[in-house]
Design a protein around this ligand. Sequence first.
Ligand code: FCB
Length: 459
Amino acid sequence: MTDDPPGSRRPRRLAPLRWSVATAAFQIEGARHADGRGRSIWDDFVEMPGAVLDGSTAEPGPDSWHRWREDIALAVELGVDRYRFSLSWVRVRPEHGRPANRAALDRYSRMVDALLDAGVAPFVTLYHWDLPSVLEEHGGWLDRRTPFAFAEYVQTVVDALGDRVADWYTINEPVSTTLQGYAIGELAPARTLLFGALPTAHHQLLAHGLAQQVIRSAGSGRVGIVNNHTAVRPASARDEDLAAAEVYDLLHNRLFADPVLRGEYPDLSMLGVPDLPVEDGDLALISRPSDFYGVNYYNPTRVGAAAPDSPIPFEILPIEGAPTTGFGWPIDPQGLRAVLGQLADRYGDALPPIVIGENGASFPEPDHSSHTIHDAERIDYLARHLDAVEAARNDGLDIAEFTVWSLLDNFEWADGFTQRFGLVHVDHNTSLRTPKASYSWFRDRIAASRAQHEAGAGA
Ligand code: FCB
């Protein structure tokens, strides 16, 4: 208990920020045909002519399926508290309804042991977008059976690793899967259903609730979802722009946070869409308290009214004058602070400690490099976003952890190998890893923050 008045965000004494660095299975593992791996919607996507910007197939890339010890050594050397990585559902359960693949589980198990031996906590993402193709053939996340299939896979994982893994993200960025995967088709499974995609939001959230239940029943540690959030900026104060911004905020932010943190969906009636396929008990399950709330943040979004003949009721506009990343994403750390403040305002005491699950930036860098890349822009991006996190903590928000996306340059989904987010450069032909200047910067920043905390604790 604190003596603060209700609603106050007066600073409490917070534990020091924990540090982490992230990757995801399909983006780093390569070796798609090794060791009995099954097929996911990302295999289908990369084999679709023209779907991936540079025609690459995620291979060899970092080839972490084979070179994972190098990744762990890099994470250890950075001094992070945790390493966030995802498991490949189709490696663990190559064929739906058939027994798990022991070899894959053993490989992940060795990785968990190696991390623990080195003093880095494994932080496992259970789902980072690589749905088994066979489930997509039956409707994928449009189908209510998919969350239950996910829960079975989670049970397999927890049985194998739950004695040692204590931190779990359930679903990564369901908003990306719904909007980019099923509504407009920029990501797998490349469907273009527009608002017909909305049931996938509910089924992914149900999958989160079921996975959390599996982990709770096994007594296997801390669990939460990780949502992507953006600060929505109306293009102007005109009513049409304000209304469009409200719709976008609803779709990107509230649709995925309200059910988890409030136990209800926001009012979607303004979209004129059918009700979501919610059944009795679903929302109670989805809103069971989590141990943390994961936030991925990259950029704010400026939104204006759509042209009259547009099939969607908003338009995403560039932010004039804002510097941009290699992806063209506007750089604005105040957007992160705004997102964090908005979560606190909207959800109050229902908001558990926040974990920043991803933050980072891509910039144009050479494919081959025989020397350290001096990625000053990435350092600046990360430093300024960390300042925003510190400012939010000083406002009294409980932000427990900061994670850089990504440890390694990797396969950036539909953009293939063209976007480099790593602290470590990867030559995607040879898989050679070369730390960038940002790697040393992050290592020093972690060390300095730890030293400062220790000095404070000793005072
Ligand atoms: C996030 C994804 C992650 C990576 C970064 C750049 O939306 O979770 O896999 O692609 O964007």
